[in-house]
Each structure stands twice: as C-alpha cells, then as structure tokens.
Design a protein around this ligand. Structure first.
Ligand SMILES: [Zn+2]
Length: 87
C-alpha cells in the first residue's frame, strides 16, 4: 500500500516551485540533491517516487526509478535503462 495523497502532495509542491522557475536558479547537481531529499521524505511516509515526480521528473530530466539524470525517458518519467531493469 502506498501513500498516494502524500506522493501527490509532494508532486504539487514541486510543480508549484517549477511555476516560479525555481529550478532554473539551481545548478544541476543541486536539483538532483534536492529531489533526492524530497524522495527521502516521501520514503518515510510510504510515498511513491513515480507519483512524486509525475510530470516534473521528466521535465527536469530525472528518472524516477533511480533518481538520476537520464537522456531518454518514456512518458512515465522512467529512463530506457531502468525500464529494462524493471521487466
Ligand atoms: Zn533510470
């Protein structure tokens, strides 16, 4: 059982930050570290990475599966490499 409302609450905060162009003020490594920090908070509340990064992960170029930058991602925000590992 995963905490869907908690996941989407974090997702809403990320989308809100993005609407203020917040991520454009950060270096790539800082963005990754921030997203990893948020993912860790989510983990404590049984949230789901795919939902936390829904839409925004792909926009930032961060694969939700391993929370790393990736070049090629599908519409769900998972990179080609991780998608292969999942199956
Ligand atoms: Zn990946």
């Amino acid at each position: 059982m995963s905490n869907h409302s908690g996941s989407y609450q974090l997702n809403d905060v990320l989308i809100l930050l993005d609407s203020y162009q917040f991520f454009e003020t950060l270096e790539k490594e800082k963005i990754l570290s921030l997203i990893k920090g948020i993912q860790k908070i989510g983990e404590e509340y049984d949230s789901n990475n795919g939902e936390i990064l829904d839409g925004i992960g792909k926009k930032l170029g961060i694969c939700y599966y391993y929370i790393e930058f990736a070049d090629q991602m599908d519409d769900y925000g998972i990179c080609t490499k991780c998608n292969g590992l999942k199956k």
